[in-house]
Design a protein around this ligand. Sequence first.
Ligand code: UD1
Length: 417
Amino acid sequence: MKRIIIEGNKPLSGKIKIGGAKNSVVALIPAAIMAKGTVHITNVPNISDKDALIEILKLLNVKVETKKDIIDIDASCMTNTVIPETLSNKLRASYYFMGSLLARYKHVEMYFPGGCNIGSRPIDLHLKGFEALGATITKEDTKYIIDAKKLTGANIFLDFASVGATINIMIAATMAEGTTTISNAAREAEIVNIADLLNNMGAKISGAGTEEITIEGVKELHGAEIKVIPDRIEAGTYIIMGALLGDNLEIDGMIPEHNIVLLNKLQEMGVNFKLNNHKMILNKSKNLKPTNVRTVVYPGFPTDLGQPMSVLLTQANGISLFEETIWENRMGHVKYLNQMGANIEAERQHAKITGPTKLHGEVITATDLRAGAALVTAGLLAEGTTIINDAEHILRGYERIINKLSHVGANIKIEEI
Ligand code: UD1
């Protein structure tokens, strides 16, 4: 087990450079195996979810070359092997191999994907989409066998604007015969990044980033290049840290439009920040106003920033209400924040946060990736020593977090126990 140790209450100053988006790269890598030729991906974040996907590529006999933040993927000698549970359950996004293997081989065998325990996380919408394209699905315990004689374009309406289902169906439909439309599609910036790669590979996709995506099937895909967009959740997390502890903290390399709702909330709370193109300067803000935060699908307030945001709300003057609408189980961090001195009453997906409260160091546990990010934020703010157990969760989505925070003045280290 890894644990993070923080001596808190130190100002943060200097520059944090934002890396590539986790939620993009975890789909770009599986999508790349559909190309006949090399796919060159740049600005790849150094996170453990990426390493887990590379393990799957190696199992499939795909040639992978990595250098700094670049990955070259060449699937010309690939073999369509069963993806075992030990690999599929390392991360949620392993399910994107369902879409790409189905498109390329019309046959997939893989076990149920893993990922954070933040809710029941069904994949019924992905599977319904594959069925609409002509696939049949057999489930043997936790293994899925997905087969198709051929894939044919279809009109697919998603009951919920699921990120994963939108991307997976878009991937599967790229080489289907005829035209597919996905209605009530998710609109996340990452979806546009994936569609850009697929189009660079020769796919014909339009409307990514809107509620209706159209995919005209093509016969084959070729090698291509793509740059991973900046991680808006990583940026948002460091922005929140800057609002709490910044001393001219600079967040560099973000796309402000991707974080517009967060920035509006910060403005409403009276956070001291300046924005200049892709850079943001933050200073610790006094007299923060309370606010209400409700996580919703993009472009609304992102569920992945709800937990870090709740730490900021503990420092506002008065009562803030926080509601999580996407996942049933995103309050895992609350008991630890209360242990550290916060005043949060949480019930199911609602929390009432009364501030401001002084936080002090405690021994706590990261229950999932974003809960872990919230606890790091709280630990940086708290007086004394905070020890965060199960810190592996955090490394799944925040590249070089110890290094980036140490560089701006945090007293933070990670150790294996
Ligand atoms: C992605 C992100 C995750 C983020 C989430 C919502 C990745 C790798 N992960 O997760 O960080 O928190 O979007 O912004 O991109 N649902 C169904 N059936 C399905 C699929 C989803 O009912 O087949 C439900 C889920 O239970 C959940 C909601 O839809 O309540 C949102 O899920 P979805 O958008 O699919 O999230 P992920 O793609 O898993």
